[in-house]
Design a protein around this ligand. Structure first.
Ligand SMILES: O=C(O)CCC(=O)C(=O)O
Length: 252
């Protein structure tokens, strides 16, 4: 697994990547899937999309094995552990899919989570299944806007914003987005698909978007301790109310 800067980040983020993420509110990490894994997921998610009615959210995704395993995929989970230590929880998972020549908005600036303070509370981790280009519509971010509580002007939410950057992820890359940073998905103007899995992680003590009691039964079959932690069912560590620097590697 390589960060955009090319450094190896096998077990979580390098210090440089963590500092970049904290400073700018996002991080592009290359190749968290090998070629075979990517091809399997592309095929399986097409079948799930055809089988289940969109929107394909966690109720539908977590009935199927490849998505159940993905929430524990070490190269993705290790990145979360750099931020949340052992207090990481999966808050939501969704499949995003735009067909060819989509009519989705070009810009829809928003924050996913807004709360005062600089410490990341939730990290939207977008795993791309197709290459992002100007034609497929890269995610765009205004670096640094995770600080404070301000939102983009309502009148500007559909327009390009000063300081925005486009992140051109390839299929098999992830883009980590501090859920407080201003960002927008793109519009697929091309002839192919624009697909991504949206894995949303946060602190274990945050309420999940929906209770684990509403999740499909398949996700609990032979579930590892780690999966039960991620689903908010089992407490990972009784000290989860404490800020402890030896457990949490992000110091702000
Ligand atoms: O479509 C994308 O590239 C990302 C979308 C996203 O993160 C969002 O809309 O919150």
């Amino acid at each position: 697994m390589k960060s955009a800067a090319g450094q190896l980040t096998r077990h979580g983020m390098s210090d440089a990547d963590r500092d970049f993420f904290l400073e700018h509110g996002y991080l592009h990490v290359r190749k968290v899937l090998d070629v075979g894994h990517l091809a399997r997921l592309q095929a399986v998610f097409e079948r799930i999309w055809a089988l289940e009615q969109p929107p394909v959210n966690q109720h539908k995704l977590l009935r199927h094995h490849p998505s159940i395993e993905l929430i524990e995929h070490p190269p993705i989970l290790d990145l979360q552990r750099t931020i949340f230590g052992n207090q990481v929880q999966l808050l939501q998972v969704d499949l995003l899919r735009q067909g060819p020549h989509s009519t989705a908005s070009e810009h829809a600036w928003h924050r996913d989570f807004s709360f005062p303070g600089e410490r990341p509370l939730a990290v939207n981790t977008i795993l791309y299944l197709d290459d992002m280009s100007e034609e497929t519509g890269p995610i765009r971010i205004v670096p640094g806007t995770h600080r404070g509580t301000q939102w983009p002007e309502t009148s500007q939410r559909g327009n390009p914003l000063p300081g925005e950057v486009a992140v051109f992820a390839d299929a098999g890359d992830v883009v980590l987005v501090n859920s407080a940073v201003w960002h927008t998905g793109g519009r697929n103007r091309g002839p192919g698909l624009r697909r991504a899995v949206y894995l949303y992680y946060g602190w274990w003590w945050l309420k999940r978007y929906e209770s684990h009691q509403d999740l499909p039964w398949q996700v609990f079959v032979d579930a590892s301790e780690q999966r039960l932690h991620l689903l908010g069912v089992k407490m990972p560590d009784p000290r989860f109310h404490m800020y402890e620097e030896d457990v949490l590697s992000v110091k702000i």
